[in-house]
Design a binder for this molecule. Structure first.
Ligand SMILES: Nc1nc2c(ncn2[C@@H]2O[C@H](COP(=O)(O)OP(=O)(O)OP(=O)(O)O)[C@@H](O)[C@H]2O)c(=O)[nH]1
Length: 380
């Protein structure tokens, strides 16, 4: 029990959901609606080039990037550091939103608010909001344990992209969600169109509920409390350059919070236990980040991505980019989830921005050389 009353603490919303489900869409909705509140946003990136930050509208001064990709390490480093920094600026923000990478297990993020005393005194986890992709969630529940964890940990679930499925499919996927998490409020959405009071300032993070799912949540030792429905697997970003999770941390030992007993063992190698939660690493997940230091020709780029979606879309969980099209003063923002592509012209390039083109792929069996060659051939 901490000393500050709940109302004195800054509410924190953890926004999670599998790759491409619609987290950034929701974040942009939150930031652009006229609610009169000031949010600080912490984003956790997957990949080598920061793109998520660039995709968040009108939030230039409020976005703090944890560029490490691997949230279970950043929890002990970046996240705590950034949260503590924000707390010192109390009064400047009404609330904080943490957007996790689509591959993160939300458990360690949620744990931070209970385990780190300094953070726990000043901030309270308001709710874990999970955005679920109505079209792909059923498949991801089969092959991606972190997708299941994100559902299991949610207080509010936006069952998004309802436009992409039939009514029967929607009911089926909602039933699966209910099977994993009967407690969360499930809201069906298109483009995350929810009233903000459905997701923010909910006071919905119910520790009792989490404890009933995961009895070891607050325990300090490394018991294995695996449960068929709560396998707590999570993947780390394994970049094309090797098996290291890329977060720049030394995983050979504990991460400085040994006194809390949440040591990382065997990080990056198969399964490990973490605060009593069992984790598995998905060694097959990769990312490839590409950059052209200039413009691309849309007449080359469009046919290329369309063909690529057909040939390799199955392997691309997520691909996205920001492109400088020749002769176009606005940025072209490109998004793909498997073979479903989306793109539009957004704000103009600013005078002090370099016009360059970035593309990131997250998926399996990525042929980095082929992707690079294809992208470079689109240069204007
Ligand atoms: N058809 C359809 N597309 C949607 C909907 N919501 C979002 N999208 C599209 O889905 C793609 C991914 O959305 P994002 O908001 O970037 O997803 P994300 O979860 O932030 O993705 P990551 O950051 O890569 O994990 C974009 O092209 C969106 O425009 C929806 O309700 N229906």
């Amino acid at each position: 029990m901490s000393l500050a009353a709940a109302s004195d603490k800054t509410p924190v919303t953890v926004l999670t959901g599998y790759l491409g489900a619609g987290k950034t869409t929701l974040l942009n909705r939150i930031l652009s609606e006229p609610h009169g509140k000031k949010y600080a946003v912490i984003v956790n990136e997957f990949g080598e080039i920061g793109i998520d930050n660039d995709l968040v509208v009108g939030a230039d001064e409020e976005v703090f990037e944890m560029n490490n990709g691997c949230i279970c390490c950043t929890v002990r480093g970046d996240l705590i550091r950034i949260l503590e920094g924000l707390m010192k600026r109390k009064g400047k923000f009404d609330a904080i939103i943490v957007e996790t990478t689509g591959l993160a297990d939300p458990a360690p993020v949620a744990q931070t608010f209970f385990i780190d005393e300094e953070v726990g005194r000043k901030a309270r986890l308001d709710a874990v909001v999970t955005v679920a992709d109505a079209k792909w969630l059923t498949d991801r529940l089969k092959d991606a344990p972190e997708a299941k964890n994100q559902i299991a940990f949610a207080d509010v679930i936006l069952l998004n992209k309802t436009d992409l499925v039939s009514k029967d499919q929607l009911e089926e996927v909602e039933a699966r969600i209910r099977g994993i998490n009967p407690y969360a409020r499930v809201i069906r959405t298109q483009k995350c169109d929810v009233p903000l009071d459905a997701v923010l300032d909910k006071g919905a993070f119910d520790l009792d509920r989490i404890l009933s799912i995961e009895p070891a949540f607050l325990e300090a030792d490394d018991h294995d409390h695996s449960h068929p429905d709560h396998a707590h697997g999570h993947a780390h970003d394994h970049h094309e350059h090797g098996p290291d999770c890329g977060c720049g941390h030394d995983h050979g030992h504990d991460h400085g919070h040994e006194d809390h007993g949440h040591a990382h063992k065997d990080h990056g190698h198969g399964e490990h236990s973490h605060g009593g939660l069992k984790h598995y690493h998905d060694e097959t997940m990769q990312s490839v980040a590409l950059e052209i230091p200039g413009e691309v020709d849309p007449n080359k780029f469009m046919p290329w991505v369309n063909a690529l979606a057909q040939s390799d879309g199955q392997n691309f969980l997520r691909w996205k980019g920001i492109l400088a099209f020749k002769g176009e003063e606005r940025r072209f923002v490109f998004q793909g989830v498997h073979m479903i592509l989306d793109g539009d012209l957004q704000r103009a390039w600013k005078a002090d921005e370099t016009r360059r083109s970035k593309l990131v792929f997250i998926g399996k069996e990525l042929d980095a050389a082929k992707l690079r060659e294809g992208f470079e051939a689109c240069a204007a």
